[in-house]
Design a protein around this ligand. Structure first.
Ligand SMILES: [Ca+2]
Ligand SMILES: [Ca+2]
Length: 345
C-alpha cells in the first residue's frame, strides 16, 4: 500500500506571516534605536554634569588651598611685624619712645611672593582712645571714680572734635560696668536692650572688639564709622602716645586745644618727644591757662606704646587675605599676639 503523503504547503502562510512581522520588527528596531540614543544623550548630560561638577570642585579646592596659602603668608606678615617691634624695643636708640620716625612705622610696600604679593603696615593702637579706659570696676573707689571722670571728659572732647552730637558716653560706661544701675542722665542697661525686637543684655565687662559698640544704645552705624579710626579696645588702661596720635586725638586732650592747634602740633612733630614734660612745654604756649592744661593732660598721655595693630594684605591669583592682628609688648620685651581678625581693605 502506497502511502501518499499529502503535500501541505507551508509557504503560503509563512510568507504571509513574514509580510506581517517585518513592519513590527522595523518598528521595534526604531524604538530600540531611539531608546539607545536617549540613553546615550542622558549619559552624555550626566557625564557633562559630573565633569562640570568635578571642575567646580577642583576650582573650589584650588581656591581653598590658595586661601590657606594666602593666610599663611599673612601670618608671615604678622611675624615680620613682631620682629620689627622686637628690634625697636631691644635697641637702646629706639626703646625709650615709639614714634612715627621709627622703622615699625614704615609700611611694608607691595612685595612679590610666590604667586602674588604681600603688603602691610603697623599702627600704634595707643595713638587712639582706648574705649576700655571708660571701664570702672569699683564705684566706691575714689581713685577709679576720678580716673573715669578724666577719661569720660577726654572721650566727650573727642566726640566734639569728630562732630558727634549724640551723648553716648554714659551708655558705653553702663555697657561695661558690672551693675545694672542706669547712669544719669543718658545711661542704658539691660532694660533698654531687652525692650528691643531682638532683645539682648548689656555686656557688663570690658569691650574686646570695638565692633561691640554697635550694640550700645545711641551708637548708630554712622557714629561708629566716624569713631572707628580714633578708638581701640585694649585689655588694660592705657595712655595716649603723643608721638603717634593723630590731630583729632591730640585736640581732644584738653579743652584748651582745638583741631587747628592740634594740626599744627602734629605738623611740627619733626622728632620724638622723649618725655611728657617736653610735649607740655612745647605746646603750652598754645593755651590760655598753662597750669590747668598741664594738670589735665599729664595723666592722659605717654611717649611710648605697648599695643600695636598689624594689617597684612595678601593677594594670590584672585584670592585675597587681609589679616588684622593685635600685638602686645610683654614685660620681658617680647611680643605676643592678642587677637586676629579678617580685616577690611
Ligand atoms: Ca620705639
Ligand atoms: Ca552695666
Amino acid at each position: 500500500m502506497k502511502i501518499v503523503m499529502k503535500k501541505t504547503s507551508l509557504k503560503k502562510p509563512h510568507m504571509h506571516l513574514t509580510r506581517f512581522i517585518k513592519p513590527v520588527r522595523r518598528h521595534q528596531q526604531g524604538v530600540a534605536l531611539l531608546t539607545a540614543l536617549l540613553i546615550v544623550a542622558f549619559a552624555t548630560i550626566i557625564a557633562v554634569n559630573i565633569i562640570e561638577r568635578q571642575q567646580y570642585d577642583v576650582q573650589r579646592l584650588q581656591n581653598i588651598l590658595l586661601g590657606q596659602q594666602a593666610y599663611l603668608f599673612a601670618l608671615g606678615g604678622e611675624a615680620w611685624a613682631k620682629s620689627v617691634l622686637f628690634r625697636d624695643k631691644n635697641n637702646s636708640n629706639t626703646s625709650k619712645t615709639d614714634n612715627l620716625f621709627e622703622d615699625w612705622a614704615k609700611p611694608l610696600p607691595s612685595t612679590f611672593i610666590e604667586g602674588g604679593t604681600i603688603s602691610g603696615k603697623i599702627n600704634d593702637l595707643q595713638g587712639r582712645f582706648n574705649i576700655n579706659n571708660l571701664y570702672i570696676k569699683d564705684r566706691n573707689d575714689l581713685s577709679q571714680i576720678n580716673r573715669l571722670k578724666e577719661q569720660k571728659a577726654l572721650f566727650e572732647r573727642l566726640l566734639r572734635v569728630l562732630e558727634i552730637s549724640n551723648p553716648i558716653s554714659d551708655a558705653i560706661i553702663d555697657w561695661m560696668d558690672t551693675d545694672a544701675d542706669v547712669t544719669f542722665p543718658r545711661g542704658a542697661e539691660d532694660q533698654n536692650y531687652l525692650e528691643k525686637s531682638a532683645g539682648y543684655r548689656a555686656g557688663n565687662k570690658k569691650i574686646s572688639n570695638i565692633t561691640e559698640l554697635l550694640l550700645v544704645e545711641g551708637i548708630t552705624a554712622r557714629i561708629y564709622k566716624k569713631l572707628e579710626p580714633y578708638i581701640c579696645a585694649l585689655p588694660e588702661q592705657t595712655t595716649i602716645n603723643i608721638n603717634t596720635a593723630p590731630a583729632e586725638v591730640i585736640a581732644a586732650l584738653s579743652d584748651q586745644l582745638d583741631l587747628e592747634k592740634a594740626i599744627s602740633i602734629v605738623e611740627n612733630r619733626t622728632s620724638a618727644f622723649d618725655t611728657v614734660k617736653k610735649f607740655i612745654d612745647k605746646t603750652k604756649g598754645l593755651t590760655t591757662n598753662k597750669t590747668s592744661y598741664e594738670l589735665v593732660i599729664t595723666p592722659l598721655i605717654g611717649v611710648s606704646s605697648r599695643y600695636f595693630e598689624v594689617q597684612a594684605y595678601v593677594q594670590i591669583d584672585k584670592i585675597r587675605n587681609n589679616l588684622v592682628s593685635t600685638l602686645k609688648r610683654t614685660s620681658t620685651n617680647g611680643i605676643e599676639t592678642l587677637s586676629r581678625s579678617p580685616g577690611m581693605n
